[in-house]
Structure formats: structure tokens, C-alpha cells
Design a protein around this ligand. Structure first.
Ligand code: ADP
Ligand code: MG
Length: 329
């Protein structure tokens, strides 16, 4: 399998592309994006003489009918890496409404089939650690933060949590909470989502302007040798990538948009320089890349899900999303 070849490379970066279906109640127009095969996406572009097509190739392309299970399915090797003591970052990138939160968390009404990457990753992690229980003992901790206007906010604050938490490592003031089952994780994520909505008119609005990051710390102890492994997995639902100029932003909105643009391009710069094996990696240019520094590099594994909206009026953003993805892959 392709993944196994890629996996052996240092500084492993993979880019997966997912095309959202038209939503119920939406006019079913002609989609501007089409999955041609498992690795190629075709975009209809306004060319000089009538319509043109442009192809982009990624490690994987998922069409609008891909299930949550399919989209997650080859993430399992990354989960094993975390349990082996490696660091992993999984990102969702795309314009607001393209399906980032759907991929990472799921739709608003969750069912077992619709659970997103976050839940599946944690549930796999518990499953595999259970399989290894005769040789390894694992302790798992979760942290959940939001980055808004270059400020970090802890999302796991509640009376429930206060007693069990420790202070985090990469964000010293953020709570890091021990978990031992998928239902523990679901409870925590619910607290995090509730806190995320505080202080904003709607959660959707806020969530499109901030990065949210679920970080899983996994400490393993080899029961025979006593040796310790320590792996970290960051699951990041990025702020919407739409450009500020288009939304005619002013005042606070403009400031937000500038912070988002700057941090997404800082992320692009870091990943592109890793992909090109450059000696200088510009981690210091944003809060996001500073926080993820330990997990974006030579020994770490990165998976980026880029999201494409099928509507014709999304085309401009679709093209810039694909350009971002091309640059980092
Ligand atoms: P984003 O987080 O990028 O702003 P959302 O994940 O909130 O976008 O998706 C926008 C809307 O589209 C939501 O109502 C979501 O449930 C729906 N949606 C997104 N992706 C899919 C999908 N693959 N299948 C069905 N509905 C989807
Ligand atoms: Mg979202």
C-alpha cells in the first residue's frame, strides 16, 4: 500500500482531499469539483475560451459520498505511531462551511456512523492499547484549547474537571485530563464545545474564526523493560481559510481575519519547508506553529484533510485551498 511506502520516509506529510456533498435543501447544481479517482480531483475553472478543467493530485481524494469510516480508515497507522511514542498532527483545512468540523467531530446530531476523526482516533487508541495490555501499560490525557486572535484559551474548564486535571506541557496553564474510555472523551469534548460557544453570538461563527485543538498525550510503559514512551497527537480543526478582502471586514472582524490569514500562512510555510526538507523551519511566526512545533518535524507525522465545497460560488476559495494543499504536499 502507498501509505506503507510513504510512512518510512522522515518528515512524513500526507494530504487528503474531501469534497463535501451538496446539502439537503440546497439547489443541486453542477459540482465544480469532482473526484476522478482515488487520488485526483478535477476542478472546473473559468477559462478564457469557455470552461476549463484543472487537475490536482493528492495522497487521497474522497468524493461527496465517502463515509466517515472511509475517511478515517487509514489513519490507524498514525494511532499506532502515537502509541509507539511518536508525535502526530491531523489538520482540517478549508473555507467555512466546507466540512472541517464534520470531518473532525461529525454533524451536530452524532450517531455511531457519523462520528468524526477525533472520536474514532481516540477509540482506536484505546482499542490498540487494550490489545497490547500484556506488554504495555498506557496512560492517556486530553487537553483542548482554542487559539483566537493569537491568544490561547483552555476549553477544558469546569468544576467536574478541576479535581482530576494536571497542568499541560506545551500550554502550561491548560488543564490536561486523564481519560480511560471513549465515553470519557465524549464527555470532555462536550465540555469543550460548550466552553467554545461562550462569548460568541453563535458557536458556528466563533468556531470559524478560531483554531481548535484537541491534544492527546500518551504515556506508555513497557511492562518488561520498564522503558517509557511518550507520544502526542494533535487534532486540529483550523479556522476558516476564506480571505479577508472578500468579506469586506472592518474593525474587529478585520483584525480576526488578519490573524487567521497570518497563522494559516505560517502553518503553510512550516509544512512546506518541512516537505522541501529545508534547514530552517519558521515555527516562531504564529501561536499555532509554536504550539505544534514538537509535533511538526522530522520524526513526526502530519496528515492534512483539505475540504472542498462543491458550489460554483465557492470556486475562488476552492482554488486557493488547492493551492495551499499543493504547496504543502
Ligand atoms: P466547517 O467546519 O468547515 O465550517 P461544517 O463541518 O460545519 O463546515 O459543515 C458545514 C455543513 O455541511 C454542516 O451542516 C455539516 O453537517 C455539513 N456537512 C459537511 N460535510 C459533510 C459531509 N461529508 N456529508 C454530509 N454533510 C456534511
Ligand atoms: Mg467548523
Amino acid at each position: 500500500k502507498l501509505y506503507n511506502q510513504v510512512q518510512d520516509l522522515k518528515g512524513n506529510i500526507r494530504v487528503y482531499c474531501r469534497i463535501r456533498p451538496f446539502l439537503t435543501g440546497q439547489q443541486m447544481g453542477l459540482s465544480t469539483a469532482e473526484a476522478l479517482d482515488g487520488q485526483t480531483i478535477s476542478i472546473i475553472t473559468p477559462a478564457k475560451n469557455g470552461k476549463g478543467k484543472k487537475l490536482f493530485t493528492f495522497n487521497k481524494v474522497f468524493g461527496p459520498s465517502a463515509s466517515q469510516e472511509e475517511v478515517f480508515s487509514d489513519t490507524q497507522p498514525l494511532i499506532r505511531s502515537v502509541l509507539d511514542g511518536y508525535n502526530v498532527c491531523i489538520f482540517a483545512y478549508g473555507q467555512t462551511g466546507s466540512g472541517k468540523t464534520y470531518t473532525m467531530t461529525g454533524p451536530q446530531q452524532l450517531s455511531p456512523e457519523s462520528l468524526g476523526v477525533n472520536f474514532r482516533a481516540l477509540s482506536d487508541l484505546f482499542f490498540i492499547s487494550q490489545q497490547r495490555k500484556d506488554s504495555m501499560s498506557y496512560a492517556v490525557f486530553v487537553q483542548m484549547i482554542e487559539i483566537y486572535n493569537e491568544q490561547v484559551r483552555d476549553l477544558l474548564v469546569s468544576d467536574e474537571i478541576r479535581n482530576s486535571s494536571q497542568n499541560g506541557i506545551n500550554v502550561p496553564n491548560a488543564n490536561i485530563v486523564p481519560v480511560s474510555s471513549t465515553s470519557d472523551v465524549i464527555n470532555l469534548m462536550n465540555i469543550g464545545l460548550k466552553n467554545r460557544a461562550v462569548g460568541s453570538t453563535s458557536m458556528n461563527e466563533r468556531s470559524s474564526r478560531s483554531h481548535s485543538c484537541v491534544t492527546v498525550h500518551v504515556q506508555g510503559r513497557n511492562l518488561t523493560s520498564g522503558s517509557i514512551t511518550f507520544g502526542i497527537m494533535h487534532l486540529v480543526d483550523l479556522a476558516g481559510s476564506e480571505r479577508a478582502d472578500k468579506t469586506d471586514a472592518v474593525g474587529d472582524r478585520l483584525k480576526e481575519a488578519q490573524h487567521i490569514n497570518r497563522s494559516l500562512s505560517a502553518l503553510g510555510d512550516v509544512i512546506a519547508s518541512l516537505a522541501q526538507k529545508q534547514s530552517h523551519v519558521p515555527y516562531r511566526n504564529s501561536k499555532l506553529t509554536q504550539l505544534l512545533q514538537d509535533s511538526l518535524g522530522d520524526q513526526a507525522k502530519t496528515l492534512i484533510f483539505i475540504h472542498i465545497s462543491p458550489e460554483p460560488d465557492a470556486l475562488g476559495e476552492t482554488v486557493s485551498t488547492l493551492k495551499f494543499a499543493e504547496r504543502v504536499s
